[in-house]
Design a protein. Structure first.
Length: 72
């Protein structure tokens, strides 16, 4: 918690304001990720490599399932 307080102080805001801003940014990023097509998120001029995308998705699924299993 002291790191959070120190960071807020460096930014010139209260710790509460700093956390509120972080949460707002995170929720906005999450909303954007859910509602924006992947090609738009990646940006212009970059192709989507399907095999690489499949590998990344499968790795994320594996991590997710491992975490869920560890919590049980």
């Amino acid at each position: 918690m002291s790191e959070l307080t120190d960071k807020a102080k460096r930014l010139g805001v209260t710790p509460e304001r700093y956390v509120r801003d972080l949460l707002r940014e995170d929720l906005e990023l999450d909303r954007k990720a859910r509602t924006t097509p992947l090609a738009e998120l990646i940006g212009p001029g970059r192709d989507i490599n399907e095999p690489e995308l499949d590998r990344l998705v499968e790795a994320a699924r594996t991590r997710h399932h491992r975490r869920v299993s560890e919590k049980k």
